[in-house]
Design a protein around this ligand. Sequence first.
Ligand SMILES: C[S@@+](CC[C@H](N)C(=O)[O-])C[C@H]1O[C@@H](n2cnc3c(N)ncnc32)[C@H](O)[C@@H]1O
Length: 455
Amino acid sequence: MKIKAPVEKNQTYMVAITDLTYQGMGVAKIEHFPIFIADSIPGEQIQVKITKVQKNFAFGRVEKVLVESPDRVAGNDVAYTQTGIAPLQHIAYPAQLKFKQTQIKNLLQKSHLEQIEVAETVGMENPTGYRNKAQVPVRKVKGQLATGFFKRGSHDLVPIEDFYIQDPVIDQVILKVRDILREYQIEPYDEINQRGVVRNIMVRRGRRSGEIMVVLITRTSSVSHLDEIAAAIHQIDGVVSVIQNINPKQTNVIMGKEDRLLAGESVIHDELLGQKFIISAHSFYQVNPVQTEKLYQLAIEKAGLTGKETVLDVYSGIGTISLAMAQAAKKVYGVEIVKEAVQDAKVNAVQNQAKNVKFVVGKAEDQMAKWQAEGMQPDVVVVDPPRKGLDESVINATVAMAPKRVVYVSCNPATLVRDIDRFQAQGYKVDQPITPVDQFPQTPHVESVTVMSRS
Ligand SMILES: C[S@@+](CC[C@H](N)C(=O)[O-])C[C@H]1O[C@@H](n2cnc3c(N)ncnc32)[C@H](O)[C@@H]1O
């Protein structure tokens, strides 16, 4: 029997916001039926217009805030709400930090791990303009090439010039690249008809070095006036690297496999915790350099290094954590799946005179089993996995190698809590509070550092 939803599309209701989802949406309930409402805050009374009704829930849009939360801040930008690039922009920063701490607490509670403490979120002094990397789509809007971001849940481009959370220098570079592409009448990508040329612009800037990389992601390999375009982009203040990345596929994955260096160098440089790094286009590099230093510092402290330890850095990227730990450990081994990132890591080891690190290209799942089979006896294992967290095989191999401590850097509290549970079942325990570090202000993403010890 089909149960009728108690709300109807386009109808208006008065509701109380009682919760905030992990995506940063307010939750209201009518007859136990949840309505998700962007731009609302628990404690508020809202007049909501229903925009979509699904079987078990609905979405709505705030028409009027009837009773305002003391945590609401004024001056919301409609484009940020439409695109979801800063879903927490309407919430005062201290409340955002609290929300992130509470999110981890709630997940622990759901898994009956409420005895594990969660420290206050380590916040940022100026929580805007922090991102050192932008990947913006390029589409035709009102007859001309535009840059911006997609409307939530769609591929309709909303033109944006000030991205609020990105380094403002990057915003300026995007506009200059956009204008160069307009000048040479380059066709933006049309994904419905699989036509057009430029799909995305990726810009990365070293915060300390000021060096900028621009990657033009194109559908076709040939682009008219490419030499002139590359030269003009290379002229932009700070740009040291101009790369074409070719992605002919009909896919949401931004980058394709083939790169061509169009001008300058193939990498940019940056510094973290006094060490120098090269970063290539396909390598992962934390997006908030100010908070990354705090995050790594915490990871190092929690690792409890004395100079005698063997450390495994699993998911090592360009070797940033490995090299930071190498200064206080006997030997560090890193494993990472992206070949270019490992090449960067090897150069990074040489340029920071770190002789006690070794990087291998591989899947963590395979390499951990291999190290275990070889009789590796690490004192500390650091893991910094992608959002999906750890594969069981990585946990099993870690436990089998019996390190004294496991330091878990996580960008997804749901998988973190799942993995803590699995480690605890195998004799490890969290004996210090989990520390959230706000790497992504104005967004609901939660980064944290956890240390587990062998009991
Ligand atoms: C969150 S990043 C951390 C990188 C590095 N620790 C840092 O802070 O810059 C996760 C890294 O894991 C890598 N990765 C993803 N899946 C992997 C796998 N199965 N095995 C090894 N590395 C993987 C990604 O390429 C990425 O560099």
